[in-house]
Write a protein that binds this ligand. Structure first.
Ligand code: CMP
Length: 136
């Protein structure tokens, strides 16, 4: 069993598709073991995306992630990290495979509907960041 973080981003919460996205995780066999609807502070977004600090899009990314509510959940299942990434599709929705969450719901590379942990190690860090009570 593995765990990963999913964040449904402000563009998707504004489109009222939280339920549709969560259903995709459940239908693929992932179990939602924690979840919260919240609005990130500038400090939280900045710290969460610290790995991208030197990237040219960091400022825009943090600004965007604080622009509206997000739904953060912990997904559990076999190969949860890879499975969630497969369900999401490529970062840029224009490159995302048909039938993936980003192909179906995302607008642009910034407003790309969902975030998912990119490795088991980062999943552990991200779970600890948002749900310290779940940290193993
Ligand atoms: P996410 O999975 O949340 O991780 C980092 C985010 O940076 C990524 O999704 C994109 O939404 C955002 N981003 C914005 N511009 C770019 C870019 N040019 N290349 C990669 N990611 C970008």
């Amino acid at each position: 069993m593995e765990r990963t973080i999913s964040i449904i981003k402000p563009d998707a919460t504004a489109k009222n598709v939280i339920g549709k996205i969560l259903t995709r995780f459940e239908d693929a066999g992932l179990k939602i073991v924690a979840g919260k609807l919240t609005r990130l502070t500038k400090e939280q977004a900045g710290a969460f995306y610290e790995v991208h600090k030197e990237r040219p899009f960091y400022g825009e990314l943090c600004e965007y992630m604080t622009s509206g509510p997000v739904f953060i959940s912990v997904l559990e299942g076999n190969d949860a990290v890879a499975l969630n990434r497969k369900l999401m599709g490529a970062t840029d929705p224009k490159q995302a495979e048909k039938g993936t969450i980003r192909a179906d719901f995302a607008d642009s590379i910034s407003a790309n509907a969902v975030h998912g942990s990119d490795s088991k190690e980062n999943a552990e860090k991200e779970i600890k960041f948002f749900f310290p009570e779940l940290a193993q």
